[in-house]
Design a protein around this ligand. Structure first.
Ligand code: SF4
Length: 427
């Protein structure tokens, strides 16, 4: 007998999708640098942008002060924007200065922004030129984090997708786990897989450029994050095969994700049970504690992080909540399909955003909890609605068994706070 199959559900995979292409209210893809620079210890992210971009990054990452920061902004001055200066020459000078000062940098990402897109600086050409100049010590790649092109989690997708074409080729049968996770969570995940005898396990992004991440026709890959559409496509182009599975949020999601990999690698049911039984029990217990607050409540997801569908599945099936609308910036059947299969029928499913129309629906539904971007949370709170900031779900460790209780607690907190405030008001 092999590892268990997927649990069955009512399913939203074939539900009609409301498609909206209006104004959206989300951070840009530069935000991903905040977690990517912590993950990739020999990388540097050089944003080619304006003072606004520099301020956004400093504000988002402001709590961390490094002696040797791993990101910075090459500021485009007015002369560049007016096409009066040669931005490429200046960029080359800045990069040469940076790399001579910082021998620890082995990967340099030139990150495009709204201003660099508008004045059409060709960063792919710059990356090619600089790669030739600084190879083999430093690899220079480029991607866009511009708010014109990307929502905030797409920055990571664009970054990882830029790395796929330059990964070394391998013929080996290997598991590649894709998506940046906090180190402690990644170690837990690798520990579980190795305890089942699965390996070799490679990671994208790897912590260092010399780590043995490679790809080829015998690579099977699992996504740890649901916002990696471009990276998924880039890996398929390199001949790798995707293991579709629900995302590892909550006990059920984690078990289904691990089981998809275990089945692929022929792990028997007994081994799967032996490795997962104890952490599963811990996760169930921790989720149950927070679910007491969540059960019977309604939740509305505005499109923000692309985590919406798997999180709605977790809240519905493990915490007893009723999703009324689940909106995601993008829905990819190959990536989100397994979670949509498990999401109980009922909620409206929406792709994209037209923020005014969507807020009208929030006001009509008056959900117990609305998951949305920072910019929308305050006005909704002022209207008496409880909100959860979507960005917190990306900055907090929430994957796999040991974090399942924390994930449920993140949603329970605003509801508890509201209940306490009501209590105080009544006294
Ligand atoms: S990339 Fe665009 S949206 Fe992001 S901080 Fe810079 S100007 Fe603003």
């Amino acid at each position: 007998m092999t590892a268990p199959g997927l649990p069955s559900g009512g399913g939203c995979r074939t539900a009609p999708v409301i498609k909206e292409r209006g104004q959206r209210e989300v951070f840009c893809g530069l935000t991903g640098i905040v977690w990517l620079h912590r993950k990739m210890q020999d990388a540097f992210f050089l944003v080619v942008g304006s003072r606004t971009c520099a301020h956004l990054l400093q504000a988002a990452a402001g709590v961390m002060i490094f002696a040797e920061p791993r990101f910075g902004t090459a500021i485009l001055e007015e002369g560049d924007l007016a096409g009066m200066a040669d931005a490429h020459e200046e960029l080359d000078r800045e990069v040469a200065k940076l790399l001579s000062r910082r021998p620890d940098i082995r990967q340099l990402f030139l990150v495009g922004s709204c201003p660099s897109e508008v004045i059409k600086i060709d960063l792919s050409k710059a990356a090619e030129r600089l790669s030739q100049r600084f190879a083999p010590r430093v690899r220079v790649l480029n991607y866009s984090g511009s708010g014109i092109e990307t929502t905030f989690t797409e920055g990571e997708d664009a970054c990882l997708a830029s790395m796929v074409p330059v990964l070394p080729r391998t013929e080996a049968r290997e598991l590649l786990v894709v998506g940046a996770l906090p180190d402690v969570v990644e170690d837990q995940m690798v520990g579980l897989l190795e305890a089942m005898g699965i390996g070799p396990i490679r990671l994208l992004p790897a912590r260092r450029i010399d780590d043995e991440t490679a790809v080829g026709p015998n690579t099977v890959f699992a996504l740890a994050q649901p916002f990696l559409g471009e990276t998924h496509a880039a890996l398929l182009r390199r001949g790798a095969r995707h293991l579709a599975a629900p995302f590892p949020f909550g006990e059920e999601g984690t078990t289904a994700w691990l089981a998809a990999i275990a089945r692929e690698f022929g792990v028997d049911a007994e081994t799967f049970e032996r490795v997962t039984a104890a952490p599963r029990a811990r996760a169930r217990k921790a989720v149950a504690a927070a679910a007491r607050t969540l059960s019977g409540k309604t939740v509305f997801f505005l499109p923000d992080s692309q985590l919406e569908i798997p999180l709605a599945r977790f809240l519905a099936r493990e915490c007893g909540m009723t999703p009324v609308e689940v909106a995601s910036p993008y829905i990819h059947d190959a990536i989100h399909g397994p979670d949509l299969d498990l999401l109980p029928a009922g909620p409206r499913i929406a792709e994209g955003q037209d923020v005014d129309l969507q807020l009208d629906r929030v006001r009509a539904d008056r959900p117990d909890l609305t998951v949305c971007g920072l910019g929308l949370a305050n006005p909704l709170e002022a209207e008496g609605l409880s909100t959860k900031w979507a960005i917190e779900l990306v900055f907090t460790p929430v994957h796999f068994y040991e974090q399942a209780g924390d994930l449920a607690a993140l949603f329970a907190r605003p509801l508890r706070r509201k209940a306490l405030l009501k209590l105080e008001a009544a006294e």
